[in-house]
Design a protein around this ligand. Structure first.
Ligand code: ADP
Length: 503
């Protein structure tokens, strides 16, 4: 009997593979970290061949650890770090350059030059022109690898986000394909027509010949290559990681929202079948199932969340582990006026300002490491509240927030988030919302999970914290700290676009 679902979860710092049964129980996991390459300040690359090799090993490990036979895998789902860009040779499968990672800022100047066309990009793609997205990264590779542009125009090169790279390599058909949730992060894809857009391709100067086919998120993406993986099973789902988590958290109806707290935080709310724009937020494709209208989402992309705790640990060395942060924060009765705006790489949603830098305010002689730790945790909650405010102003009023991700182990954070948002916060008992989301979609496509109602019945929480204290005053303090951070950036970059203005 083929009863199991393999989830391939290719993240920013590690490759993972998980075997689930159809109730969402994890049977086995394989996980491997891979190299982060920093050729220059603010440049970030990955080696696509290393990612592929480690992903294959993880899949084998997951099967072994689950104690199942590989032939018992009914279907496969793929979820991935989004926006990260690979270009490879069609004939040999060799990447012509390292993968340019979503965090990489090398295309900032070009992306800034596109801000003149802000309205066009907003309307067609739901995005704000930014170095974060794939289109400018493809352009950079074609312009900087000798001969690449001419070869791309002749159809000799393929572009893919990591889902596409893995599907091309792992399927025996070598399918060159993606789907809407990943395509909608390129600045090249029209989310209204659900097609690559010629006008945007011309603006960013990307030849159409390099682009993958865009299939429904639950299409048949091909059959796994037995020689590589030891089994043949159809890949029946593909979603970018944040959209997979939205699906895994069963935010299937308009107005439902989830936030994943990892390196960064990503708050996504389902906005239904019609795309619309919200100031300061991205509009993105949640998923598009075969024969159905797409589901769209508002997204707040917050670049630094748990990474601020990492910085306190690895950069300042004032804590030994991220776990310690909870007790330290709770050791204080309040933040005592100390705020930390963790704009370590500028700020994403809702500000989209790359010039602003990390700012700590309110320090006194009595300030200790506990204050900085608490301020970093509080900042995670305030940043999410900033995004939720914009959602509210645009008709999506979050009634409860479903949360997941490594930092939600921290109950101080979860409670503080409930207090600041003034809504209950529910932590999913399946901590693997992302991996499960795409596995669940593959399982539904294969018929292992009957329908959305069955999927919904599988969702469970292990923690629900309701608002307990009024944090309006503290939230006001955060907004003042943000102003200070923006004022500082503005004073240093007088010629640039005015800081502190939402896009
Ligand atoms: P990612 O998938 O982005 O790598 P994870 O979901 O694995 O992230 O979460 C790891 C992040 O969460 C790290 O940035 C870490 O600092 C933070 N983190 C982990 N545990 C805690 C904790 N108990 N309190 C606060 N932050 C935490």
């Amino acid at each position: 009997m083929k009863n199991y679902i393999l989830s391939i979860d290719q993240g920013t710092t590690s490759c993972r593979a998980i075997i689930f049964d159809k109730s969402g129980k994890t049977l086995g996991v394989g996980q491997m970290e891979f190299q982060q390459i920093f050729p220059k300040p603010s440049w970030v690359e990955h080696n696509p061949s290393e990612i592929l090799a480690k992903q294959i090993e993880c899949i084998k490990d997951a099967v072994k650890n689950a104690g199942i036979k590989a032939e018992e895998i009914a279907c496969v789902g793929v979820t991935n770090q989004r926006e990260t860009t690979v270009v490879w040779e069609k004939a040999t499968g060799k990447p012509i350059y390292n993968a340019i990672v979503w965090q990489c800022r090398r295309t900032k100047d070009f992306a800034d030059s596109l801000k003149e066309k802000m309205e066009l990009f907003r309307l067609k793609t739901g995005l704000v022109p930014d170095a974060y997205f794939s289109g400018p990264k493809i352009r950079w590779i074609l312009d900087n690898v000798p001969g690449a542009r001419a070869r791309a125009e002749k159809g000799e090169l393929c572009f893919g986000t990591i889902d596409t790279w893995l599907i091309w390599n792992l399927t025996k058909e070598k399918n060159h394909a993606t789907e809407g949730s990943n395509a909608s992060r390129t600045m090249l894809f029209n989310i209204n027509t659900m097609e690559w857009d010629d006008e945007l391709l011309a603006l960013i100067d990307v030849p159409k010949a390099v682009l993958p086919k865009v299939l429904p998120s639950n299409a048949d993406f091909g059959t796994t290559n037995k020689e590589l993986l030891g089994f043949e099973a159809p890949i029946l789902a593909n979603l970018g990681d944040q959209q997979a988590a939205l699906f895994g958290q069963c935010c299937l109806d308009e107005g439902m929202a989830k936030c994943t707290y990892g390196t960064g935080s990503f708050l996504l709310a389902n906005i239904g079948a019609k795309p619309r724009l919200a100031k300061g937020l991205l509009t993105t494709v949640g998923w598009q199932l075969a024969g159905k209208a797409p589901a769209y989402a508002f997204e707040g992309a917050i670049f630094i969340a748990g990474a601020a705790i990492q910085w306190l640990r690895d950069g300042l060395a004032i804590i030994e582990s991220s776990t310690e942060s909870e007790a330290l924060a709770k050791s204080l009765p309040s933040n005592e006026g100390v705020y930390f705006v963790p704009a370590l790489v500028g700020l994403g949603s809702p500000w989209w300002n790359s010039d602003v830098r990390g700012t700590i305010v309110g320090i006194t002689r009595g300030t200790t490491r506990a204050h900085l730790v608490r301020a970093a945790l509080e900042a995670m909650a305030y940043q999410v509240a900033d995004v939720a405010e914009d959602m509210k102003a645009n008709g999506i009023s979050i009634k409860e927030l479903r949360v997941d991700g490594g930092a939600t182990k921290n109950e101080f954070l979860v409670q503080f988030q409930a207090d600041v948002l003034k809504v209950p916060v529910l932590r999913a008992s399946n901590v693997e919302s992302t991996a499960w989301g795409v596995a669940a979609l593959a399982g539904m496509t294969a018929g292992l999970i009957k329908d959305e109602a069955e999927l919904d019945s599988l969702w469970q929480k292990d923690l629900k914290l309701s608002p307990a204290e009024d944090k309006a005053e503290q939230y006001g303090g955060w907004q003042a700290a943000l102003k200070a951070a923006f004022a500082c950036a503005e004073a240093q970059t007088p010629c640039k676009e005015k800081a502190c203005s939402k896009s």
